[in-house]
Design a protein around this ligand. Structure first.
Ligand code: HEM
Length: 223
């Protein structure tokens, strides 16, 4: 028999779905700023493998010559990103939801098992918990990355007033590189996350929208 089971609290769903457009706009406005001084590339033995980013990338997305627009959006929306992130961390801590999310000693072995399963190299199914070890590591990691973006962003926004922070992060150039690397990390997270969501199916996605998933009666007892 099928029945509905509560999965994601309302506050988590709101904060998750607010974060998605906010982060997208942060990346877009960040690119408008980065275009004005696009310094990063991957070089091996003096040979340029890839430049962040080729001209066609900027022109295809209409990112050129909009530095002031980028700064205005980036410095406004960072407040939404920060406040939403803080609200998520406080809610997760106070509600006890952190117990599903924070990795424990078993999570790393379990994440490896999940990876082998996803690559069709192992038949062991991921544990029937709300979040398996791989998800715990990925979701906790992305929250830490969010904190990292705020701190590295502040360090390059106010390197004089927050000189101590800029120094702790390795100086202005390092803080800027860390800020950029974290953004590349979000894009990689996003690709894997959306891929996993598609793979997990409609029931799983709908639970992040409505809060409920459909389960078979015998599964109801699960954690
Ligand atoms: C763009 C940035 C995104 C970030 C940083 C992000 C981050 C997260 C985090 C941290 C969680 C765990 C939430 C919790 O229970 O506390 C989560 C869950 C989830 N996210 Fe995202 N997400 C993003 C975008 C998306 C998008 C675009 C989709 C849909 C296509 C999506 C679908 C889901 C679903 C369905 C879950 C629940 C997974 C499950 O129950 O197994 N997310 N996400």
């Amino acid at each position: 028999m099928l029945r509905l089971q509560k999965k994601h609290p309302r506050a988590i769903r709101w904060m998750h779905w607010i974060n998605f457009p906010v982060l997208t706009l942060m990346i877009w406005s960040g690119l408008l700023i980065y275009w004005a001084n696009d310094v990063y590339s991957i070089d091996v033995f003096g040979y340029r493998l890839f430049h962040f980013f080729p001209d066609w990338f900027y022109s295809a997305l209409g990112l050129e010559r909009k530095l002031a627009t980028g700064i205005a959006w980036h410095f406004t929306l960072m407040w939404a990103f920060l406040l939403n992130g803080l609200a998520y961390v406080v809610y997760t801590a106070v509600s006890g939801e952190w117990r599903f999310l924070v990795p424990n000693r078993q999570s790393f072995g379990e994440a490896w098992q999940v990876l082998l399963h996803d690559l069709h190299l192992s038949k062991t199914e991921p544990p029937p918990r709300k979040f398996n070890g791989a998800q715990q590591i990925a979701y906790t990691g992305i929250i830490l990355m969010g904190a990292g973006s705020v701190l590295t962003g502040l360090a390059i926004y106010k390197p004089v007033q927050l000189a101590w922070l800029t120094t702790v992060l390795g100086g202005y150039e390092w803080a800027r590189a860390e800020h950029f690397a974290l953004t590349v990390g979000y894009v990689l997270f996003f690709l894997v996350h959306v891929g996993q969501v598609i793979k997990a199916g409609w029931n799983n996605f709908r639970a992040m929208v409505t809060g409920y998933e459909i389960v078979r009666e015998k599964e109801v007892a699960r954690e």
